[in-house]
Design a protein. Sequence first.
Length: 433
Amino acid sequence: MSAHRTDIRELGPRAVRSPLTSGGFVADSERILREIELPRPVAGGAPRFFELAGPRAELFFDPTRVHAAIVTAGGVCPGINDVIRGLVLELRHRYGVRAVTGFRYGFRGLVTAPPIELDLASVASIHMTGGTMLGTARGPADPRDVVDVLEREGVQMLFVVGGDGSMRAAHAVAEEAARRNAAIAVVGIPKTIDNDIPFVDKTFGFDTAVSTARIALEAAHAEAISGERGVALVKLMGRHAGFLAAHATLASHDVNACLVPEVPFELEGPHGLLRWLDRRLEARGHAVIVVAEGCTLPGANARERDASGNERLAADDRDVGRLLKRAIERSFDRATTLKYIDPSYIVRALRATAEDATFCDALARNAVHAAMAGKTDILVGRWHRRFTHVALSDALRADKRLDPNGPVWRQVLEATGQPSFVAGARSAERIVA
């Protein structure tokens, strides 16, 4: 990216004056640096930027003629209803949009299920509950069928609330609309408690998930210290990334070992997890272990996949939590008390915390600003604590993972005192409380 180009697609020139009267308009030339650490060499020598999100003074769409639509896809996540409500309030209250449609049950439902009208009454109290009022589903829909529906319904802007699979679907819909020269703005609002969307420093729902996971870890610690040679094993979500497991570990202060997909570990042998656990129980009499669902143990089956194409990590022969539980049971006699806790659906299905609710509202309103300006094929996220526009094509080409050499993982190692669990690796194990 150069200082003058951020690869953000627009539907055309803007000739409509914004009805917003509060000021604070943002120019397209305003940028957020991608890297803030110096020196940071970049190919070609030019700094890279993201376009700053926010209301534009001139719009592509006339709000009084807009028909907007919302779809939620993938798994549930704290804050989805807050986002839906924020979108509807911004569209109807601030911009005066008269038609807002909700598509039910993800992209498949967009094609097959009758849509519903979203007015102020229908969203008045939805932020008080978790889940999504629109329903959700996994699995793709043909982008040609999706655009057929959007054109038939007269939709000019589609807001897609979902994870990485949903962002791929949004990108495909935007490309299909462009092939038809259809003036439809497609704007993604990324959600995942895994926090693994590239170029987004935090996804909504993550703070709530960490707070809820901490409650599970507090219960796990109580179980562990109450039993003879007590072991509490907690499995948390994290298909490819260990952010939730790592941050819940740090929030808890009571975890003794944290296992994440990005950091390999051995189960058997002198440096393996089981040998460490034996030493831990001899020294302290209890242990709390957190494992992210994306970790892999030998013998795990990796073939079965769900409707979105994701590996079924909860299948009995793939579930790392249950496999690790069995391995511990086989390795220790009955004097060891083992408790296994899987709070996954509680963690992701609760109402958003105050911090997440505030975050969701800001994401929703910035998404509306972007769509009104004719921005398309983008997601709205946050980077360096400022809201930005990110081209979906850029986000889909990259990965976001926990850095095994970064500050978060270093903090986890310091907090738990755990070794590397890999033969030959340098580590400084400490048996901490």
